[in-house]
Design a protein around this ligand. Structure first.
Ligand SMILES: [Zn+2]
Length: 276
């Protein structure tokens, strides 16, 4: 009795408060150049691809898609996620087709990648409560919309994950500067950029992502993560078992969780009890 209540908060890995993540759709050949730019700057992304369109050499945009045999090497260190088999406006599909579009894309991608695929981006930004239910039933943990928030807050619902902005947003540079200057630690903050790599080719504006990546990469106070790494980390943080007194915590997950305890960072290693 009588001891002071400690302030204990979840932090990102390494005791950080900011995370950068990207999400790029459709798996067109321009992803190769985009991945090079991201890798050079230590930035991670989620690539949402359509397993049923890879054998069509040209689609409506007359742009080739990456052959699936290349996914494993190209997207190494990033996340490959569902974008449905054939890119329908999915909220308009009958329920059975919704489920097949999701689960069959997931199955095909898992076969290539060798890990469980648990992410998604809504094709044409189309979703509904029914689509969200279908995703849940298919074991999908996060799904990105095309509704930009212009903000840095974590989503309330990872299956309705509204990004910060598209790379063509005219205020991108200002948002980038604001995020880099952000030193507040009251909340966990996220910058979530999305788009299609072929847009850089079509609009001849590769410089947009080159300068974004050069400025945002290599920052000591930013965690660079794919979408699923953020979800998995926050899941692990949510499973932390902290004593009422706040003097020890058990981490039942397989990854370290970082807690701020009275302004000090404590790494809680997986599978053990840590003194706080
Ligand atoms: Zn798409």
């Amino acid at each position: 009795m009588g001891e002071r209540l400690r302030n204990i908060y979840t932090q990102f890995p390494g005791g950080k408060h900011k995370v950068l993540t990207l999400s790029y759709d459709d798996g067109k050949i321009e992803d190769r150049r985009l991945v090079d730019i991201l890798n050079e700057n230590g930035i991670k992304a989620t690539f949402n691809v359509n397993s049923g369109l890879v054998n069509d050499h040209f689609d409506e945009y007359y742009k080739e898609r990456i052959p699936m045999e290349e996914y494993r090497d190209l997207y190494k260190g990033h996340e490959v996620a569902v974008h449905t088999v054939t890119h329908p406006t999915i909220a308009r599909c009958p329920k059975e087709q919704m489920i097949r579009q999701i689960i069959e894309d997931r199955r095909a991608l898992e076969e290539v990648m060798g890990y469980t695929v648990r992410g998604c981006a809504y094709p044409n930004g189309s979703y509904s409560d029914e689509v969200v239910d279908a995703l849940k039933a298919c074991g999908i943990r996060h799904a990105r919309t095309v509704r930009s928030t212009g903000g840095f807050y974590l989503p309330e619902d990872f299956l309705r994950w509204h990004p910060t902005c598209h790379h063509n947003f005219e205020g991108l540079d200002n948002l980038k500067k604001e995020f880099l200057a952000l030193k507040k630690t009251q909340y966990l903050y996220i910058f979530y950029l999305w788009g299609h790599s072929y847009e850089f080719e079509v609009n001849n504006n590769w410089h947009v992502i080159e300068s974004f990546a050069a400025d945002m990469g290599g920052q000591d106070d930013i965690w660079y993560a794919s979408n699923i790494e953020i979800v998995d980390y926050l899941d692990a943080a949510g499973r932390m078992q902290v004593s009422v007194k706040g003097d020890f915590a058990y981490n039942p997950s397989a990854i370290s969780v970082f807690l701020e305890v009275d302004k000090k960072t404590v790494e809680c290693k997986p599978g053990i009890t840590t003194e706080l």
